[in-house]
Design a protein around this ligand. Structure first.
Ligand SMILES: [Cu+2]
Length: 238
């Protein structure tokens, strides 16, 4: 199955129009079960008290430590999100995502994506420091979440994760010390969304937006917003 990511605009609250990468997403098979955000208590948010859900992801420079198996699977050299790229978060909740970023990077094509968009406070926390963006010359990847359809609540979140230095020493696991990026956003009603990276990290592929960049299971994936606030708070339905 292939589906088209719109080269058209994602509209946020009728105000911000953002061009996203026009590309087709090829599913890798088989599709693993979704990683469900874990609800841990309630949080005070601008929308009142809401369930607080947590999710932890990694960005890997290859597949040896990622979701495709010890030997790296079919594309051991492809950059990838992990531990999976099928994500599930509860509706009407505060979702806090942690990304451990193990990859190098470079200058981003569109500096819009070096800025933080759509988080609760307009910021992300990079290695303990709250920022509204990162240096556009040193971006590793982005986590850019959006909708492909209009018959569900709009949801747009885009955060950059900074590049690890090219000369950073490898630790015992073979990877450098990661950057840690934490951000939070609010979900509305249930719906089906997608995410991808907007840094051209598909080395060796057309305009670097092909290959892993346009393939679910690598630098692209799905985010399903499930259930209702009531069922989520009771620990069911998510
Ligand atoms: Cu990337």
């Amino acid at each position: 199955m292939r589906m088209l990511i719109g080269a058209s605009a994602t509209v946020l609250g009728g105000v911000v129009a953002v061009g996203v990468v026009g590309t087709s997403l090829a599913h890798s098979a088989p599709t693993p079960p979704p990683l469900r955000a874990t609800v841990q208590g309630m949080a005070n948010t601008p929308q009142g008290q809401l369930p607080h859900a947590f999710l932890t992801l990694q960005t890997w420079p290859d597949n040896m430590a990622g979701p495709h198996g010890k030997d790296g699977g079919a594309q051991p050299g492809w950059v990838t999100y992990g531990p999976t790229t099928n994500l599930s978060v509860p509706a009407h909740s505060l979702v806090t995502v942690t990304i451990q970023q193990y990859d190098t990077g470079g200058e981003i094509t569109n500096p819009y994506f070096a800025q933080v968009h759509g988080t609760v406070d307009g910021k992300e926390v990079v290695d303990g420091k709250a920022v509204t963006g990162v240096d556009p010359a040193h971006v590793g990847h982005t986590f850019t979440l959006h909708s492909l359809v209009t018959n569900q609540d709009p949801l747009f979140v885009s955060v950059p994760v900074p590049a690890v230095a090219d000369d950073a020493p490898a630790l015992a696991n073979g990877y450098p010390k990661p950057h840690t990026v934490v951000f939070s956003f609010l979900t509305k009603g249930p719906g089906n969304y997608v995410f991808q990276c907007e840094f051209p990290c598909g080395d060796g592929y057309y305009a670097k937006f092909g290959g892993p960049m346009s393939t679910q299971g690598y630098m692209a994936g799905t985010v399903t917003v499930t259930g209702t606030a009531a069922t989520t708070a009771a620990g069911a339905g998510q």
